[in-house]
Design a protein. Sequence first.
Length: 445
Amino acid sequence: MSRASMPSRRRLLALVPAAALAFTLTACGSDAAPVVSADPSAALDTETTLTFWTWAPNIEKTVALFEKKYPKIKVNVVNAGQSAAEYTKLQTAVKAGSGGPDVAQVEYFALPELAMSKRLVNLKEYGAAALEPKFAASAWSQVAVADGIYAVPQDTGPMAMFYNKKILDELKIEPPKTWAEFETAAIKIKESDPKRFITSIDPGDAGGVDSLIWQAGGRPFQQKDASSVSVNLQDAGAKKAADMWTSLINRKLVDTAPGWTNEWWQSMGSGQYAMWIIGAWAPGNIGSTIPETSKDWRAAPIPQWNAGDTVSSENGGSAVAVPTTSKNKAAAAAFAIWLNSDPEAVRSLSANGLFPATTELLKDPAFLDQPVAGLGGQKANQVFADSSANVGKGWQYLPYQLYANSVFKDTVGPNISTDINTGLTAWQKRITDYGNQQGFKVTAP
């Protein structure tokens, strides 16, 4: 999930005239039917109103830049809910053939399901494949589903370790570079105050556990073809991550608590939690939710399983897609591409708290040297950019990940305080049974 905008819970197409966009965005193919050539330059010069479903914070400011540049296009920004709430409405609208948006923000985990069920336009038809070099590899890999490109990356969540510097300094603890050092730090933090934990883990958050498995080398979900998937939540990486976190939890070094509640934020602000392992979008949440202690927080690379490694993973992030029911596909595709690849647009999105997906901004010295207000002015973007560049390859989501995430709390959740592996085994069975019931051929060890 993209959490940059979650309530107390969570790009490089040059600025060119519309005529030049025509070359970049000309339709070039369709999986479903012979291509009817669309002319995006004409679309941008034609009176059109687009409806854009999004929850991104302050995105109206970026949309205003687009409307100023292309004054014949009016974009109505609608917050139709976030995550499952939005996708349920989107699926209903597509099935009905009306009532949906022209453009929709979609989290990476939900893209395969929406794309493979033919609810999203293949943006290869509008030249989107040419954008690949402009985006971080980890972001692009999430929008490239099967043989199509079903969205334009907007933001990402490369993992980092956020820590309370005041606590670590008091205890003379250096930010741990490995998970073994993380365990040692956890013991020292607990010894300093029995009520303290090094961090917490959310028993209802599938994405959080997925990110830890991903960084440990696990690849539990793999789609072989349109109807065949494999699920192995006990592969080497999954088991390694589950074993470590189970041990930490059983020794009361790590808390198990629902995240994003008032109580959870109070624990963050009071020093009960010394760290937070999460995506690079987190500083805005820290700064806005616990402003009185945010100056004490800093970012460091996520701990490694092997000393000297630099492997990371993602947590959250989203892209912008065009539903198949849009009556303005060419204009919608042009808007989605501009919004997420135009340099001015990308900087605007970044200023509003979204961590960039574009390589230009991730390598921009001005961006990398920018003090991060929510982290006491630390120039943390270099940490996040390095994490983005080192995301482990090969991660995939299920073509029914929405369902899988919805039953995490009923399978892994009840077991998270005793044995995460038991929970992962129960989750795998539920996922496998459901997939087979839905007509997929699901294989599992």
